[in-house]
Design a protein around this ligand. Structure first.
Ligand code: ATP
Length: 374
């Protein structure tokens, strides 16, 4: 069998072939300020060896800063980075031995693909440098791993964007890094290529088993690719969990509205009831604190019901189509607007009165960050 390919019955290639020793990565109370501005508040996260974790968040939430601190390109004000049990604080960028892939390829234009891949090995100090033949063999193997066999003699300009990014990936793997850090690696590519590369990256990861931290602001990419998704906002981790946990049990209004489609209405919790404009809804407040709260639900997790059954009463304001789905914007006079997805059989027209009940929902007390489930 090829040294880089494993069959379904074999143990992970990491165990079998020594691809990577699956280092645990611990971010321990790391904070970072630039001047007076905090880019990262005290942040802690543990990533198990071999995990593929996506850091997801809006622009400026601190994702790249965290990645650069792990790589040793930036220094934290407080806290430590641990590789397994070893404190990385005293290690240089080189000593950390991290594979880094950026958005913009960063390949050497004047070098052929194979030379780009082997570069990190070629510039090693003499006593650690493999022979020219061994470097070439390793580069050829990596080229095969990233499914570009036969293109080794090309220059980067003779490749598509997606192919260049695969070469960048192979180059990052050449030095047998302990950890892989990917900063928006598909950010510059069009949607179709991004989708292909997502699947490709997952396969490569399953083969090589590197502990991988992947920055993206594309939630679909994060949810599809990662074992765990870490949602960041304003220099803090809002939630870390499996894609299902993040989507089905978002622990804050921010995560609920950042992931997937969401609708929200202001309500009041009083005496065990959820009131919309003073009228009780057929919704159990659970342990949500009394007072102002926000009712969140997904546009596709609602049903149209009879009026007067504890439903949200509104008027269809507009209708729109998005791909296979149809949506209606519902106005609740004096309160707000929200969207619902219309199932195929429903006939709704602008101006129709409707009664809507969320099938699943979460309530967040406005003052606190706790939530209650449907
Ligand atoms: P994006 O998705 O846009 O890349 P991000 O989540 O990666 O954003 P960071 O690049 O980590 O965010 O930036 C976090 C905050 O720190 C931002 O407010 C940014 O302006 C600030 N910041 C980052 N690097 C520096 C720097 N070298 N000097 C000053 N401020 C910085």
């Amino acid at each position: 069998m090829d040294a880089l390919v494993r069959s379904a019955n074999e143990p992970r290639a990491t165990e079998a072939r020594g691809w990577s020793d699956s280092v645990d990565l611990t971010i321990d109370r790391v904070s970072k300020t630039f001047g007076a501005a905090a880019a990262l508040h005290e942040t802690s996260l543990k990533i198990e060896g071999g995990e593929l974790v996506a850091l997801l968040g809006p622009s400026g939430s601190g994702k790249t800063t965290l990645l650069r601190i792990i790589a040793g390109l930036e220094f934290p004000n407080t806290g430590r980075i641990l590789f397994d049990q070893d404190d990385a604080s005293a290690l240089t960028v080189q000593q950390r031995n991290i594979g880094f892939v950026f958005q913009n390829y960063a390949l050497f234009r004047h070098m052929r693909v194979l030379d780009n891949i082997g570069f990190g090995l070629k510039v090693r100090p003499f006593f650690r440098r493999p022979s020219a033949a061994a470097i070439r063999k390793r580069a050829e193997e990596l080229l095969e791993l990233v499914q570009l066999s036969g293109l080794g003699r090309r220059y980067p300009t003779q490749l598509s964007g997606g192919q260049r990014q695969r070469v960048a990936f192979a180059r990052a793997l050449a030095t047998e890094p302990r950890i892989l850090l990917l900063d928006e690696p598909f950010g510059a590519l069009d949607a179709k290529v991004r989708k292909e590369l997502r699947r490709w990256l997952r396969e490569i990861h399953d083969t090589t088993g590197h502990t991988t931290l992947f920055v993206t602001h594309d939630q679909e990419e994060a949810m599809e690719l990662a074992d765990r998704v870490v949602v960041m906002s304003q220099g803090r981790i809002e939630q870390a969990g499996t894609p299902d946990e993040i989507y089905d049990a978002p622990n804050s209004p921010f995560v609920f509205s950042f992931i997937g489609e969401s609708s929200v209405l202001p309500v009041n919790v009083k005496s065990g009831e959820v009131l919309l404009d003073g009228v009780p809804l057929a919704i159990d407040p659970g342990d949500t604190a009394e007072g102002a709260a926000s009712l969140y639900f997904r546009p596709h997790e609602v049903e149209l019901v009879e009026a007067g059954t504890g439903a949200i009463e509104g008027i269809v304001e507009s209708l729109r189509r998005s791909g296979r789905s149809r949506f209606a914007e519902i106005a609740v006079p004096g309160i707000g607007r929200f969207e619902i997805e219309i199932i195929a059989e429903s006939v709704l027209n602008s101006g129709d009165p409707v009664s809507v009940l969320p099938r699943r929902w979460r309530l967040y007390a406005d003052a606190s960050r706790g939530g209650a489930d449907a």
